[in-house]
Each structure stands twice: as structure tokens, then as C-alpha cells.
Design a protein around this ligand. Structure first.
Ligand code: UDP
Length: 347
């Protein structure tokens, strides 16, 4: 069976492709390369440069590659950008996913693991957040994903063979422990890469977006989860997919760290000073997010393996030091390779 991975050239998608290959799966990647990197896709995976909106071409790929299941990562995923410019979020994340689902239906592919987000919870009523918490997003990114959660639920209610598992990620961070894959966004807005780019001298300081939140040090608290732990959750979800599966799981470490905690830990890991400057809050940011992962632990047997913020930042620092320009300059074929058992983590 072949697994279709949308967004497999992106940060989380490429790490997942590596784990799938290491587990002996056949993998086909589609990515429009608007934010992903062709160099991040191991040569053992087949690759098609396609946009989610190209329904007919998606159908051709699903049929010719004999796709059995889909893992759907491809999305725009910046909270701040979604507030400034919501339409691309609804076009890509919501309408794009609809196109993918229509292509699946016409190709008789009926099972999907979907990347959802803690941003669907908005400002949670209680911390840690459980899957039953109210979902009232406070930014278009969260809404663009919540609409798809509803559409998936409706599909499972109406189409007998349709099954899905939605994973609500918290803050994905870190890089492959074997150093073969990294995090390379353009534009870069995430906190840990910004701290590491400052440690490398590529930027003069880290801007802290708000220090008047109702938290102990006034900065936002987030739950940082290692990218390989997130990917292991996908492999477990893939195995648990059945017709009529209709489930959502939080995937997070279960503990929260403030923005200042992250800056200080990065200073310890890198041994370099990280100058900071304070600015106003970023619209769309909830003060505190951390996950209860009790449900996915109980039902799928998942638990995080990389449980310290230090370890998570160390794995990213390893990549950033070796690849200060990211994937730029790495030719195709010089990126990662993977064969069963030789790289990545396994479920
Ligand atoms: N943040 C910050 N400075 C930055 C980037 C992020 O203060 O340069 C804050 C941001 O406001 C949020 C937290 O760090 O509270 C994590 O943001 P990130 O963009 O990494 O992930 P998000 O929570 O948006 O998915």
C-alpha cells in the first residue's frame, strides 16, 4: 500500500515521510513547494509538485500511485499571518482540503489522518486542554482548520467507508535526532528558530510579542512537542484508521513553557546570549496553551519520548549550526535518504 503525504516537503511532513520510509511504507509526496523544500524529500519517496486545488491531477496521482491512505499536512500555519491576510488561509487550508477530499472520493481513497491544531480551541476554559474543550478559535488559522474538522465529521457520518483521525498539534519544535532533517521556514516567525537564528548572529535580537499576559512572567505559555514525537503519533493513527473512524486527539507534551523560558533555555543550550526586545502582543495569540494527551496515550499507546525543552532545543540547534542557510544550497539528492530501519524513529 502507498501512503500519500500532502505537504511532505514541509517541516513536519518531511520528518513524517522519513519515519514512514524507515517503517517500510511506500510513500508518495505531493507539495506545491510554496513553503516546502524539494531537498527535504528522501529520494525513496515519489514526488509530484501539485497544489491541493488541482483536483483532477490529484485524482490522477491517487489512481496511478495506488494510494490507500492519506496523511494531510499541506497548510499555511502562521497565526499572525492568518490575522493579517485570512483569505489564503481559507483558500489553501479549507478549500484546498475540500479539493483533496473530493479527489479522494472520486479515487475511492477513504481514509485520512488530518493535521489539526490547538488553535481550534481559542482561549481555553481550562488548562491542560482536553479534546472535549469548547472550540472557539480566535484567529483565521484556527477557523480554517476547525471548518475541516466539521467537514470530516460530516463525511464520516454520511459515507460508509470514510474514516479519519484528526491530530490537534500543539507547538511542534525540534529537528530529526539523526540530524538529517530540519526546520527551514520562509518567512520564519516561530519562536525557537528565531532564538536560534539570534544565537547564530543572523538576527540581532528576539522580539518578545507581549509581556502583559496573565502568566507568571507576563509572556505566553506554549506546549512544545518534538517533531519526531508528532510524527510517531501519525504512524500510530495510520495504523488505527478504520472505515468510520471519527476521532480527534491532542498531541502535546503536557507541560507549558513561557516565551522567556524558551529564550533562557536557548541561551543555556547554545552558550550564547540572546538579546530580547519587547513589543506589543501579536493579534490572535491566546495567553496559555498546553495539552492533555491522556486520550491518545490511552487509545493509541502514544507518549512523548523527548520530554525536556532542553532536548528539543538541542536537536534544533544541531540542525541550525550545521545548516545556517537551511536547505538552500543543498542540491536535490543531497538531502535525507531513508531505507527501512536506517533512520528516523519508528512507532
Ligand atoms: N513569539 C515571540 N517572538 C517571536 C515568535 C513568537 O514572542 O519572535 C511568541 C508568540 O507570540 C507565541 C509563542 O512565542 O506566544 C509561540 O509562537 P510561535 O510563532 O513559535 O508558534 P504559535 O504559537 O504561533 O504556533
Amino acid at each position: 500500500m502507498t501512503i500519500l503525504v500532502t505537504g511532505g516537503a514541509g517541516y513536519i511532513g518531511s520528518h513524517c515521510v522519513q519515519q514512514l520510509l524507515a517503517a517500510g511504507q511506500k510513500v508518495c509526496v505531493i507539495d506545491n513547494l510554496s513553503r516546502g523544500h524539494r531537498e527535504a524529500v528522501p529520494s525513496q519517496a515519489s514526488f509530484f509538485q501539485l497544489d491541493l486545488g488541482e483536483t483532477d491531477e490529484l485524482i490522477d496521482v491517487m489512481k496511478s500511485q495506488r494510494i490507500e491512505k492519506v496523511i494531510h499536512f499541506a497548510a499555511l500555519a502562521y497565526v499572525g499571518e492568518s490575522v493579517e491576510n485570512p483569505l489564503p488561509y481559507y483558500a489553501n487550508n479549507t478549500a484546498g482540503t475540500l479539493s483533496l477530499l473530493q479527489a479522494m472520493r472520486q479515487s475511492r481513497v477513504s481514509q485520512i489522518v488530518f493535521s489539526s491544531t490547538c488553535a481550534t480551541y481559542g482561549i481555553p476554559e481550562q488548562i491542560p486542554v482536553t479534546e472535549e474543550s469548547a472550540q472557539t478559535p480566535i484567529n483565521p488559522y484556527g477557523w480554517s482548520k476547525l471548518f475541516i474538522e466539521q467537514i470530516l465529521t460530516d463525511c464520516a457520518g454520511s459515507y460508509p467507508n470514510f474514516g479519519f483521525i484528526g491530530l490537534r498539534y500543539f507547538n511542534v519544535a525540534g529537528c530529526a535526532m539523526n540530524g538529517s532533517l530540519g526546520e527551514d521556514h520562509s518567512p520564519e516567525t516561530h519562536l525557537i528558530p528565531n532564538c536560534l537564528n539570534t544565537a547564530l548572529g543572523k538576527q540581532s535580537h528576539v522580539t518578545i510579542l507581549g509581556n502583559d499576559y496573565p502568566t507568571a512572567d507576563g509572556t505566553c505559555i506554549r506546549d512544545y512537542i518534538h517533531v519526531e514525537d508528532i510524527c510517531r503519533a501519525h504512524l500510530l493513527a495510520l495504523n488505527a484508521l478504520t472505515p468510520q473512524a471519527n476521532r480527534f486527539y491532542n498531541v502535546g507534551l503536557g507541560s507549558g513553557f513561557s516565551v522567556l523560558d524558551v529564550v533562557q533555555t536557548t541561551e543555556q543550550v547554545t552558550g550564547r546570549e540572546i538579546p530580547i526586545e519587547y513589543q506589543a502582543r501579536r493579534p490572535g495569540d491566546p495567553p496559555v496553551l498546553s495539552a492533555s494527551h491522556e486520550k491518545i496515550t490511552r487509545e493509541l499507546g502514544w507518549s512523548p519520548r523527548h520530554t525536556s525543552l532542553t532536548e528539543i532545543i538541542e536537536s534544533a540547534w544541531n540542525w541550525f549550526q550545521k545548516h545556517p542557510d537551511g536547505y538552500q544550497g543543498l542540491g536535490q539528492g543531497q538531502g535525507p535518504t531513508a531505507s527501512p530501519g536506517d533512520s528516523g524513529e519508528q512507532a
